[in-house]
Design a protein around this ligand. Structure first.
Ligand code: EPU
Length: 319
């Protein structure tokens, strides 16, 4: 039998290798009913197809399982990260602690009076289509947004045509002790691409309030928006969506194109020819390549236009 060494431990310095007080990450997660994977390669879990391993990736089986994971991980004071997977760049050295995917929290139900409840792992296109088939309008702006409902809440996702805040009625959250919290939209602060939520809370689901409408009308609006995005954005390539927020009154894509950066490449990371606010992974791009490209774009845009671009993309992982 091989002797256990510190190298075998997923969270060095935190685990109780020699039987000391701290529980190991493995022991902490043994009673989870969902799936648990150690050293999980994040490039398999992100739309960018980039990222080193997470110490542990947990996919809770349901809401109660999520509450249990959050409670345990917070009590052990380990880092916790919720992975939607679409608006994120995971660094090449991976993520310390526990990453949670809400892929199995994927239920949607219709309550009375135009209210829909969607669990946080539901994909926005799925929720939008569910609303359309139930003749409900109010989410058409999300056509082409690939992220999850939870991510859309955290980011206050939106387009020129609307944003999450317009539809949110109540948000269900899991607090640091695993408790369930319900927060009406009126008690939350929605900002541009950011929602202020209780510290450390994990979005478990959301009630959206929609309006009755003709199904054919809702579906034709969705088709029009989707066609526009297909025409103007690299939707079929591995990307993380828009990289920068739009500066007040302008478009980051327009600015980046205006300084001649379309098609610029570092390693396999490339500024999209179709829409300059997207970076494409041409195959084996590393996070390092993307970060360098981001730096170059910011530097050139600020030096030529005086505008400092802010990141919309979230960068996570060990530095
Ligand atoms: N433009 C250029 N060059 C480019 C890209 C755009 O000149 O490379 C010009 C366009 O011709 C247009 C203007 O910039 O005149 C605005 O472009 P677009 O309609 O594509 O919208 P955007 O402001 O670049 C925003 C959102 C997108 C969303 C689209 C469509 C942000 C940061 N971006 O982009 O959201 O899909 O509107 O509604 O808010 C995302 O959040 O991941 C995202 C891509």
């Amino acid at each position: 039998m091989t002797k256990k060494t510190a190298q075998h431990d997923p969270v060095k310095g935190v685990t109780g290798l020699h039987g000391r007080a701290e529980p190991t990450l493995r022991a902490l997660l043994t009673e989870i009913r969902g799936t648990v994977q150690f050293d999980a390669p994040m490039h398999e879990w992100t739309s960018f197809k980039i990222g080193g391993p997470a110490d542990a990736l947990v996919v809770p089986a349901d809401l109660d399982d999520l509450r249990e994971v959050v409670r345990k991980v917070r009590a052990a004071r380990l880092p916790l990260h919720i992975l939607g997977g679409t608006n994120v760049l995971v660094r090449d050295s991976g993520i310390a602690g526990v990453v949670i995917s809400l892929a199995k929290l994927n239920g949607i139900r219709e309550d009375e009076g135009g209210l829909l409840y969607a669990e946080a792992g539901v994909r926005m296109p799925v929720l939008m289509q569910f609303a359309a088939t139930h003749s409900l309008s109010g989410l058409e702006w999300a056509a082409g947004i690939p992220g999850t409902v939870g991510g859309a809440i955290v980011m206050n996702a939106g387009t020129k045509l609307g944003e999450m805040r317009d539809a949110v009625h109540t948000v269900a959250l899991v607090g640091n002790r695993g408790e369930l919290l319900l927060r009406p939209a009126s008690t939350l602060a929605f900002e541009y691409r950011r929602t202020v939520l209780p510290a450390g809370a994990v979005v478990a689901g959301v009630w959206v309030m929609l309006r009755s409408a003709l199904r054919s009308h809702v579906e034709s609006t969705i088709r029009t928006y989707l066609a526009y995005r297909k025409r103007t954005q690299p939707l079929t390539r591995p990307t993380a969506g828009c990289v920068f927020k739009n500066p007040e009154g302008d478009s980051a894509g327009r600015l980046i194109e205006s300084v001649g950066m379309k098609g610029l490449r570092i390693g396999d990371a490339e500024v999209s020819e179709k829409h300059a606010n997207f970076i494409i992974n041409r195959g084996k791009a590393r996070a390092e390549d993307v970060l360098q490209l981001i730096d170059d774009i910011r530097n050139r845009v600020v030096s030529r236009t005086g505008i400092a671009l802010e990141l919309e993309l979230k960068i996570v992982g060990r530095t």
